[in-house]
Design a protein around this ligand. Structure first.
Ligand SMILES: *Cc1c(COP(=O)(O)O)cnc(C)c1O
Length: 351
């Protein structure tokens, strides 16, 4: 068995892979593949509707919100968020906690003025900024809930007052309970914790539709997709289907609350070892550590070759840190079992 710590695309449950592969050959006993039938067929419309309903159910999304499965990744989501959330202030506020926030800020500048109200760039993005105030004369506040590359995570929502809240939740959606009602817009690329690459989920408060004073290009306008039940154009059928299977798996296993307890246990297991073992040092500030991506370094780099060899011998895959941070990163998404984290800890102790 390979322990898969890949940061994204990432591990999904084996039973999801099995069901998905069966659907490639013969979907719902139709004698046809999932990927050769019309997306307008009743069989696929059912898939899309179940996927959208599962998102609402698992995240406790209240009435008055619409769930969409779109294309373009979170990277196009940056621009979609900016276009659709624009308002009369012609100005938005962003918290910069790393590469993905920086990219989101860049895209938002295509649509208007951006006020970066807080940043952790001064320390290589190893912490979550605190003590900032959100100006009330902005159209929205955008933040990245979990910083995949640096291993930091917001433990509380920014206090926004009356300002609409927008979040890129690509790498921690469905990992823990959230208060969806606090947000006007949530978006997340599927490939970190929801499904295969190729689709991006949007959870949009219905009041957002039609709010923007900008001329939004058709495909970037969330209302376009909402009006057509997420079927304005051909959806990425396979990515939506596998996401749906994975959400079914999550529901069957007790939902977000149950997986959150497992995720906490996994994170505790690796961070305890990082703190206990004097050969390793954590990258992220302790109070801001991510439960999804644990980042750490060797204190003595000359041990690297041996540590890498031990990881390989233990069938541990994907532990290499992001090229911009270096060191190691254990991505512990929902489908990763606690036993895989224990396998890493064992190697850390053997070093
Ligand atoms: C991976 C990631 C992205 C980029 O997602 P794409 O789907 O590749 O565009 C954006 N934000 C966060 C937090 C990520 O982890």
């Amino acid at each position: 068995m390979v322990h898969n710590f890949s940061a994204g695309p990432c591990i999904l449950p084996q039973e999801v892979f099995k069901e998905a592969s069966e659907a490639i050959l013969n979907f719902n006993n139709l004698g046809l593949s999932l990927i050769e039938i019309s997306h307008r067929s009743a069989a696929f419309v059912d898939v899309m509707e179940e996927a959208r309903a599962l998102v609402k159910e698992l995240l406790n999304v209240p009435n008055g919100y619409t769930v969409l499965f779109l294309q373009g990744g979170a990277s196009l989501g940056f621009l979609k968020a900016a276009y659709n959330m624009a308002g009369t202030h012609k100005k938005s506020a962003y918290i910069n906690t790393g590469t993905w926030s920086t990219k989101a800020i860049k895209e938002a500048r295509f649509t208007g003025e951006v006020d970066v109200i807080a940043s952790s760039e001064d320390k290589g993005f190893n912490y979550i900024p605190k003590g900032y105030t959100v100006p009330q004369d902005v159209d929205y506040l955008h933040f990245t809930t979990n910083n995949t590359i640096y291993g930091t995570q917001f433990k509380a929502l920014p206090e926004v007052g009356n300002v609409p809240l927008v979040a890129d939740m690509s790498s921690d959606i469905f990992s823990k309970e959230i208060d969806a009602s606090a947000f006007d817009l949530i978006y997340a690329g599927a490939q970190k914790n929801m499904g295969p690459a190729g689709t991006t989920v949007f959870i949009v408060k219905d009041e957002v539709f039609g709010r923007s004073p900008l001329q939004i290009p058709t495909m970037l306008n969330l209302e376009t997709h909402a009006k057509k039940d997420s079927m304005f154009n051909t959806p990425p059928v396979f990515a939506v289907y596998v996401s749906m299977l994975n959400l079914r798996w999550l529901k069957k296993n007790g939902g977000v609350k149950a997986i959150e307890a497992v995720n906490n246990k996994k994170a505790e297991t690796i961070y305890n070892e990082i703190d206990r073992n004097d050969k390793f040092v954590g990258f992220a500030a302790k109070e801001d550590r991510s439960n999804m991506n644990a980042t750490f370094n060797l204190v003595d780099d000359s041990l690297k070759e041996r540590f890498d060899q031990l990881l390989k011998e233990a069938n541990i895959n994907g532990l290499k840190g992001h090229r911009s941070v270096g060191g190691y990163r254990a991505s512990m998404y929902n489908a990763l079992p606690l036993s895989s984290v224990e396998a890493v800890v064992e190697v850390m102790r053997a070093l």
